[in-house]
Design a protein around this ligand. Structure first.
Ligand code: CUA
Length: 155
């Protein structure tokens, strides 16, 4: 059957709009997920202890004066506890939760994250001054929430 020229144009136009619409829907669905914008890394919260690097939480040297500090949070504490880190080094914190939502705040610094089960939250900080820094949970997480915390020893 012979299509009129205008009908062909309209068919192409309609198809193009449909494809555009589907692409926009996909982008929108991607951006409106449950993930916080700063964190697109996911982990199975029931397998944190078996999932590297969180199977061995701690400090890992990744460059010249740069370290990853992989930590887990749980009701009611953090691992590793009382970790020692070198002063003046770039520290990339990677933190996840083994159970519920926790906080990860280091008073006196800009470090303040919400830690969601299933996600890995990341922040970078350099501690220039040696000393003891507190890590506190600032999200209500249960009966011992007020006591949940540990410290970082900067040397
Ligand atoms: Cu963990 Cu509050």
């Amino acid at each position: 059957m012979h299509l009129h020229r205008f009908e062909k144009i309209w068919l192409l136009f309609g198809g193009g709009v449909l494809i555009l619409f589907i692409v926009l829907l996909g982008i929108n669905a991607y951006h409106s997920g449950m993930m916080p914008p700063s964190d697109l890394n996911t982990i199975d919260p029931t397998k944190v202890d078996q999932t590297p690097p969180f199977d061995k939480p701690g400090l890992v040297k990744v460059g010249d004066n740069e370290y990853d500090l992989n930590m887990t949070s749980f009701a009611f504490g953090y691992a590793p506890a009382n970790v020692e880190i070198p002063a003046g080094a770039k520290i990339n914190f990677h933190v996840t939760s083994k159970d519920v939502v926790h906080g990860f705040e280091i008073p006196g610094t800009a470090v303040n994250m919400m830690i969601l089960p299933g996600h890995i939250s990341t922040v970078t900080h350099t501690f220039d001054k040696p000393g003891e820094y507190l890590i506190l949970c600032n999200e209500y997480c249960g009966i011992a929430h007020e006591k949940m915390g540990t410290q970082i020893i900067v040397k």
